[in-house]
Write a protein that binds this ligand. Structure first.
Ligand code: BG6
Length: 463
């Protein structure tokens, strides 16, 4: 078919989910507690309408039915995460046989339906016992993670060829150690830096194990939420502020995991603010020698930055925002439900940056999407008419197509997500799925966008 926006052959069409957000069965079949189970028990009022992670979209019981739906809307690939606390309830030690069965069945069912499984090992869900030992602040927990990763490679590496060490590793740093939206709700820049650094070490150690095991034809990567930092203007003060935001939020993971070293400017910045982490002998080589094979890019919104207007209160804790102000660009297009700007060209800018500055590393869009509140108001003829979501995807795909035409090494597009799921503290406030979830009955109903993406995937493009 002659299409205006035709994508390369074997392009990955699919979606992504994470264990805690979709599986439910949070206390069934021997699963251990993770930080989300625990935080919800302790402070249920921090979660929208008091909804926690116990049931979510019940994927643990309904995965076969859901895989059929994925197949029907044209998925040829699907990313899910393994719940560390389901597989190894204490985080370290005995394996849970029921979890092994579940993930084996899930992988086999996907393959049976010609959907390639992509596995992510960590999606914000630290086992509680390990968090009690300090989480990623503690190098012993880094070693426990490495063991867990090795276990997964051995159990599932005969069938799974695409692996990820982490999803958005900067987010637990921001949420748990800077801005109070993840457990353990610490506000401490120095500890945040240590967690970020140790996560980079955990990534390198897992990659080292992966290479040792020589998983046949397998590739290992990391998923980063690359949020381009656009300065308000070309004023040097604005440019400096945007560069600092880029160093903190993008290059802090992008450079060590892809290039094998931290940007010198970032090290200087961290050092001059007395934030340097504890480093072990041999870390530098470990990071240098164990970089990723490919990248997942999550893109939702840009970051707009301007020079700081006021001196920060000297008594308030130091935060990245002490170095820049966020900038609300007049005229910006917003997803008002999530409070995120929609800027489609950002996806192109990220791909071009990877091409020009990161050796055009293989990548794909591992998440992109639009969470909308009260979608029932758009129901007509029994179907949510989510034209806004179709426009959102189409516009992003047009920019992605342009990037590919210009030589960017982008292999696919995964949507967040195939069925409405539990959005952490936002619970079921904003809905992201191609498929509507009736929370009371667990019924699944296609939205208009599900029919649309089905055609796009079938034709490998659109007009
Ligand atoms: C990404 C995460 O940050 O964005 C997902 O990988 C998350 O876990 C998604 O659900 C959408 O964000 P939110 O906060 O609206 O759920």
């Amino acid at each position: 078919m002659n299409l205006k926006y035709k994508f390369p052959e074997n392009f990955w069409w699919g979606s992504a989910v994470s264990a805690t957000q979709i599986e439910g069965a949070s206390k069934e079949d021997g699963k251990g507690l993770n930080i989300w189970d625990y935080w919800y028990e302790k402070e249920p009022y921090r979660f929208f309408e008091g909804i926690g992670p116990e049931i979510t979209s019940d994927f643990y019981h309904r995965y076969k039915e859901d895989i059929k739906l994925m197949k029907e809307i044209g998925h040829n690939s699907f990313r899910f995460s393994i719940s560390w606390s389901r597989l190894i309830p204490n985080g370290n030690g005995n394996l849970n046989e029921k979890a092994i069965d579940f993930y084996n069945d899930l992988i086999n069912e996907l393959l049976k339906n010609d959907i390639e499984p992509f596995i992510n090992l960590y999606h914000f869900d630290m086992p509680l016992e390990l968090q009690n030992k300090g989480g990623f602040e503690n190098r012993d927990v880094v070693d426990a993670y490495t063991e867990y990763a090795k276990t997964c490679f051995k159990l599932f590496g005969d069938r799974v060829k695409r692996w990820f060490t982490f999803n958005e590793p900067i987010v637990p740093v921001e949420g748990g150690y800077l801005y109070d939206f993840h457990y353990p709700n610490v506000v401490d820049f120095k500890r945040a830096v240590q967690v970020a650094y140790n996560t980079v070490i955990a990534n390198a150690k897992a990659i080292k194990e992966f290479k040792k095991l020589n998983i046949k034809k397998g590739k290992i990567g990391i998923i980063l939420n690359l949020t381009p930092s656009y300065p308000r203007s070309n004023n040097p003060a604005d440019l400096k502020a945007a560069n600092i935001a880029d160093l903190f939020f993008n290059r802090s993971f992008l450079d060590p995991t892809v290039k094998g070293e931290y940007p010198k400017e970032l090290i200087e910045l961290i050092k001059s603010n007395n934030l340097l982490p504890i480093v072990f002998d041999g870390d530098k080589d470990l990071i240098k020698n164990n970089t990723v094979d490919f990248l997942g890019i999550n893109y939702y919104q840009p970051r707009r930055v301007k020079a700081k207007a006021c001196m920060p209160n000297p008594e308030s804790p130091l935060l990245p925002d002490d170095f820049f102000d966020n900038y609300e660009m007049p005229g910006r297009k917003m997803n008002v439900y999530r409070g995120w700007e929609i800027y489609e060209k950002g996806i192109y800018d990220i791909a071009i940056n990877l091409k020009e500055n990161y050796n055009n590393i293989e990548s794909y869009i591992s998440e992109n999407g639009m969470g909308v509140q009260n979608e029932e108001r758009f129901i007509k003829d029994g179907i949510i008419q989510d034209d806004y979501r179709i426009d959102f995807i189409r516009e992003h795909l047009i920019w992605l197509h342009k990037a590919i035409e210009e030589g960017c090494n982008v292999k696919g597009y995964h949507m967040w997500t195939f069925i409405d799921n539990w959005s952490w503290t936002n619970a079921y406030k904003n809905r992201y799925g191609f498929i509507q979830l009736d929370l009371k009955t667990q019924k699944r109903i296609f939205k208009k966008s599900a029919y649309w993406i089905k055609e796009v995937a079938k034709n490998n493009g659109f007009n």
